[in-house]
Design a protein around this ligand. Structure first.
Ligand code: ZN
Length: 261
């Protein structure tokens, strides 16, 4: 074989290998909740700065979740996943638009990132939701907050659509929730001493509209001053994003993606 032929063969082989890898790469859509006109939850923090002066800062859920989403995306890209975000800066994105992006990029998984708030300052911990139409009264409040942001009054997320999506995705979404939540427990429960609030079913429109396996993650409580300090730290954000990536990897290991091959 001539040098030129060898070179061509190597080139063709590389082309085929990369082509197959690209076809098999799973696509993950990370959805930082809220944004733009929609701040999400808000929390005020007063602290003494290095100069000994009292400083006040307002934290917005939309900023916290964007920062965390960027870390998750970066880590997933390093693992060779195809990764997209529904927003990569502070802008308003309706729930329908988020779902349309999932359709456009042909996402295999939809991961929505949020932070919790409660009237009770002592409430704390992380929780993982998957789409189901059988949620209890306690979850209604979280649903109410996270379901804001549909376009216009006449937006209809009808029961038939929800039932269809639940039937088609509930098993995969539950498996994804359990893989991610298990890793969150390992990463946050021990070293960061955060309360495990469990895996819960919830009726989240953004998950229903996206029509694919997905979870909605509530990273922690902004209304709890101690926890707010924790979840806005880079130590927490690093641990949390690593746990989510490990959870996704575990999900794909157990639930192999079906390909045309
Ligand atoms: Zn939220």
């Amino acid at each position: 074989m001539t040098y030129k032929n060898k070179f061509s063969l190597t080139f063709i082989l590389l082309f085929v290998v990369f082509g197959v890898l690209k076809l098999q790469a799973q696509t993950i859509l990370i959805d930082p909740g809220h944004g733009g006109k929609d701040d999400g939850a808000k929390a005020f923090q007063a602290f003494v700065n290095k100069k000994g002066k009292l400083e006040k800062k307002t934290h917005f859920e939309k900023d916290l979740v964007l920062e965390l989403s960027k870390r998750i995306s970066k880590k997933l890209k390093e693992k060779n996943y195809r990764v997209f975000m529904t927003r990569s800066f502070d802008r308003t994105v309706s729930l329908e638009k988020r779902a349309a992006i999932a359709e456009r990029v042909n996402a295999d998984l939809f991961i929505s990132i949020h932070a919790n708030a409660s009237y009770y300052k002592t409430s704390g911990g992380f929780e993982t939701y998957y789409l189901n139409n059988k949620s209890n009264q306690a979850i209604k409040k979280v649903e109410e907050v996270e379901n804001k942001g549909l376009e216009g009054e006449d937006s209809v997320v009808n029961q038939i659509l929800i039932d269809l999506v639940v039937n088609r995705t509930v098993e995969s979404s539950k498996a994804l929730a359990s893989s991610i939540h298990g890793k969150l427990k390992d990463f946050l429960g021990t070293s960061l001493k955060m309360k495990d609030r469990g895996i819960k079913p919830g009726l989240f429109f953004v998950l229903a509209l996206s029509k694919r396996p997905g979870v909605l993650l509530e990273m922690g409580f902004m209304s709890n001053p101690k926890e707010l300090r924790k979840i806005s730290s880079s130590t927490f954000q690093e641990s949390y994003s690593s746990a989510v990536v490990k959870g996704i990897e575990l999900y794909f290991k157990v639930n192999k993606k079906e390909t045309a091959f």
